[in-house]
Design a protein around this ligand. Sequence first.
Ligand code: ADP
Ligand code: MG
Length: 629
Amino acid sequence: MSEVEMSVEKHVFEADVAKLLHLMVHSVYSDKNVFLRELISNAADACEKLRYEAIVAPQLLGSDPAPRIMLTLDEENARLIVEDNGIGMSRDELVESLGTIARSGTRAFMERIEAAQSKDGAQLIGQFGVGFYSAFMVADNVDVVSRRAGSDTAWHWASDGKGSYTVSAAEPADAPARGTRITLHLMDDAKTYTSRWTVERIVKDQSGHVPVPISIIEKPGAEPAQVADGTALWTKQKSEISKEDYTDFYRGVAGQYDEPVLTVHFRAEGRHEYTALAFVPGSKPFDLFDPDRKGRMKLYVKRVFITDEAELLPRYLRFVRGLVDTADLPLNVSREMIQESPLLASIRKGLTNRVLTSIEKLAESEPENFAKLWENFGSVIKEGIYEDFERHTQLLALSRFRTASDDTPRGLSDYVKDMKDGQSAIYYLTGDNLAQLQGSPQLEGFRARGIEVLLLTDPVDSFWVTTAPDFEGKPFKSITQGAADLAGIAKRDSDAASSETSPAVAEFVTFAKATLGEAVSDVRASDRLTESAVCLVAPEHGPDRQLQKMLQGAGRIEGAAKPVLEINPGHALIAALAGSPAEDHAFREDAVKLLLDQARVLDGDKPEDPRAFAERLSRVFGRALQANR
Ligand code: ADP
Ligand code: MG
């Protein structure tokens, strides 16, 4: 064995990678062209990383300062070679980047596939692109030879995509002077990727706006011919850019393969100058609900990529993808300096305003696209109602809500316009799912009066409603909290008399209160019920029912306030119970406790003591049967 062969190390892929590769190799996804976008995008990233490192270490550029990406076609050997003169990878970086799933998007992708248990993997590949490993959709063997900028040694990574890969030292003569050369040994059905015409078309379609020039070498030894000039799209005039150009660029910058639902491109002039190009994706990015809630907007200085961690937008706009390029920062700005720079604060403000006004315009001019945007990102935008004090009114006005009688989300201005005489608040009901909310007894009195109630099902809803300012002078009010104050508003079919509280019912309420004692904070006759006999609400002050449950679930409050049991004085069962003989004490006690458990069940909870509940129910059943005999 030669020395070189002995130093070949064999590694097994991380389990997730192996699974992903299996999927790639067996992919039935028809648009295999995406692999080229992924490799070119990595090559461009590598050139941008080098440019950034070279700001403080210019010697890294040596005598070859201009970035480039080269595609060599080798029909005879059925190979496609993608080469860049970017930052390159050390041995450890090769193992880390190509042997494990490093990027969170790919990990999320795997989780989805597992959750879906299925072949839709192929479809997901199409939607999101999964980076380097997509090479195995077209190649049965991949060689990566890379030399990190500034290093004498080069490394060779090789794999057939079947569970393992090798890493060995590369012959310096066979390695690029700097950067990475990826050789794809094309599968039989992928030989078309050695055709000049095919490759050129794909590059122009998909990657024409990558900010690094791309050339094609038609066969080994031929002269390179440039097919994309590396002009940054965002520096062009809007009038020179087509919708397709924007979409291609979006796909590259966002790593998403859908169509953006909104594109915002502008140049800010005046005290601070910068250009921004931002997109709202047409579908939810994988990392939307990552706990770090990080944005992904990129910061460039004079067309040099600096960082994607500058947080150029507030967290509630983290779904926006794109970049800001400014000439007003020094190129060698440190990432720490960026955070404190007043320019950045100004960019953040300007960009946030611009994105929000563009969304507002979209709502007016393209309601369907806006509806799509809201469906995907409304639950994120609503975080801003409690996080962005300056803009909370603007965000409320932008928000759309389903209501108890309308399944199409509508805005608050519409809601306010439809308010009934005597109605002073915007009513809402929070919970986990729409169907359960629709069946809530607390809604009945509102429905009977034609009063709209917002149905809020996002977890974030329970929080913003507690801090939201009034909207057009109307406060928000939970219908599961405090008194309903509906008595003053006329019902649609005015049989108001039936809900009058008779002396017998008043006496029954007093009895119920005495019986339930500490289990509730109050028992009272209700004007919010029309069909159900009972319901639970929260006391006037403090969290409403849903928030209370959420806080309790998270262990955030102990000994939560006891609920109020409301009784429908117009309900036949209540009337009958109120009329039952007071001596029948045991029966009435059973009935009251059953009513409380019934209210709990209607709230989506369980009876507090299931055994006692079952016994009570049996006793009451038994008695009803006896009476019937
Ligand atoms: P992503 O580009 O989203 O990080 P990829 O799967 O496309 O994910 O690539 C994984 C990693 O491999 C990259 O983050 C990078 O560190 C490394 N890499 C891939 N291609 C190159 C390249 N041409 N030059 C330098 N590093 C590369
Ligand atoms: Mg990539």
